[in-house]
Design a protein around this ligand. Structure first.
Ligand code: ATP
Length: 235
């Protein structure tokens, strides 16, 4: 579904991605793990067109997308939930969700998806008329994921959904991530520092170090790998 081939991305003179190649198949949860500053967010932003690569190719369903503007990439069905959530704090929960469906023109489908996301995160239902900025961190993460789902993504890019959240909330959010993949078949590309949780929900994983992919395998095998355990799982 998604293919990166020798992608190199820069911030000015700083090379953040060095010839990154990876692929995501339809229906998978793929995780990209790595330390702070490894280039995980840059990988997602290269895909979503926010920081376009300087060289290499990105293909979605076989079509090149690396020259496309971010809004064109959204129209293709690639929807990113950015690190730090970035909901609209002054808009209500309902208005934030409406923003997710802005490019759609199927009122019945939108209503069905609204019911679906509110069933995934019932707390948002009771907060519907409350400003997004007044929600707790965990609720804002739920809203950010729900807003993305309102766009009915073909590929959902999740950047550090666990960041700054209490363990219980993180657990809940990861259960829902798994459920979204299982029930809807939504393909998910998950970037996480919490390697343990990410590898538990993912099918396959990639390990990134200083802008380079250093390892890839099934999530199960990465979880059992001694080097991964020592470097990323703290065991
Ligand atoms: P984290 O988990 O801390 O977000 P990450 O693995 O997502 O880390 P990136 O945010 O992709 O890493 O950063 C990769 C490299 O690019 C780092 O060296 C970082 O300092 C650099 N970088 C990121 N954003 C910028 C920017 N806007 N300008 C200059 N350098 C940047």
């Amino acid at each position: 579904m998604l293919e990166l081939e020798n992608v190199s991305t820069y911030y000015g003179n700083i090379q953040a991605l060095k010839s990154v190649s990876l692929h995501v198949e339809k229906g998978e949860i793929i995780t990209l793990i790595g330390a702070n500053g490894a280039g995980k967010s840059t990988t997602l932003m290269s895909v979503s067109g926010i920081v376009p690569p300087r060289s290499g190719a990105i293909r979605f369903h076989g079509e090149p997308i690396s020259g496309d503007a971010p809004d064109e990439i959204v129209r293709r069905g690639i929807i990113q939930v950015p690190e730090g959530r970035h909901i609209f704090p002054g808009l209500t929960v309902q208005e934030n969700l409406d923003m997710g469906a802005l490019l759609r023109n199927d009122p019945k489908g939108i209503t069905a998806d609204l019911d679906y996301v509110l069933s995934l995160f019932p707390i948002l239902k009771s907060r519907r008329n409350q400003a997004g900025g007044t929600l707790s961190g965990g609720e804002q993460q739920m809203l950010a994921i729900s807003r993305a789902l309102m766009a009915r993504p073909r590929l959902l890019l999740l950047d550090e959904p666990s960041l700054g959240l209490a363990p219980l909330i993180v657990q809940q959010i990861f259960e829902i991530i798994e459920m979204i993949n299982r029930e809807n078949g939504t393909t998910i590309f998950l970037v996480e520092q919490n390697a343990n949780l990410a590898l538990k929900v993912a099918h396959r994983g990639y390990v990134m170090e200083t802008g380079t992919i250093t390892m890839t395998d099934t999530a199960e095998r990465l979880l059992a790998n001694e080097d991964v355990r020592r470097a990323y799982l703290g065991v």
